[in-house]
Design a protein. Structure first.
Length: 209
């Protein structure tokens, strides 16, 4: 079973990605429905680490991608300890930085085994509107921000938001990547890492006055 959890607006979208069971989190708490899962990939964690432990099968894995700082600290400090007795793993999903680590993903995309769904495109001047769209929980897939020169010439109105439909019908042998809660602001909106433990900062100015 491949379940998906989000608000009611995105249930059909998750089904189109391959989820065979969907949960509206505004109506049901998946950590209290009595079901257990082999893998939980959490994009917006805010519950207690003990709630996630109870939702895992013996030997199951919970991976924190993003969410509240309180849950992050619990996963880092308590997660490795409370899951050990039952063979469960509760940890942070750490992604290696560097272009070289993207090569396998690029190859899968080129081969058509991974399809990326682009929900909306915005110009850089419309980034505040894009962030509002994301913050209100409407995004289904990737939300992009581009410079005017990178937009197709067919766009007559340079200030208009252009919706670009993604491929929603699954193809044989194609793995879908649920990206309903993910966004990519490009190009160069943030050149440092956005991971809470891996943010790169510019070195301080050490010149003497």
């Amino acid at each position: 079973m491949s379940p998906g959890v989000d608000n009611a607006e995105k249930l059909e979208f998750m089904r189109s990605l391959g989820a065979d069971h969907v949960i509206d989190y505004t109506r049901e708490d998946f950590t209290r429905n009595g079901r257990t899962y082999d893998l939980i990939l959490d994009l917006a964690a805010h519950r207690s680490v003990f709630a996630y432990r109870g939702s895992l099968t013996p030997g199951g894995r919970y991976l924190y991608v993003g969410g509240s700082m309180a849950t992050l600290l619990q996963i880092l400090l308590i997660g490795p300890l409370i899951g050990r007795a039952e063979g469960k793993k509760l940890r942070l999903l750490v992604v290696r930085l560097g272009v070289q680590h993207l090569a396998p993903i690029v190859e899968l995309c080129q081969a058509g085994k991974i399809a990326i769904f682009i929900d909306r495109r915005y110009q850089l001047s419309d980034v505040p509107e894009a962030m509002r769209y994301l913050g209100e929980g409407h995004a289904k897939g990737k939300v992009l921000a581009s410079s005017p020169s990178s937009l197709p010439m067919a766009d007559a109105d340079p200030t208009a938001v252009r919706r670009e439909p993604g491929r929603t019908m699954p193809r044989r042998g194609c793995r879908r990547v649920p990206t309903a809660a993910a966004a990519h602001i490009a190009p160069g909106a943030d050149r440092g890492a956005t991971h809470p433990l891996g943010r790169r900062r510019s070195p301080p100015d050490r010149r003497r006055v």
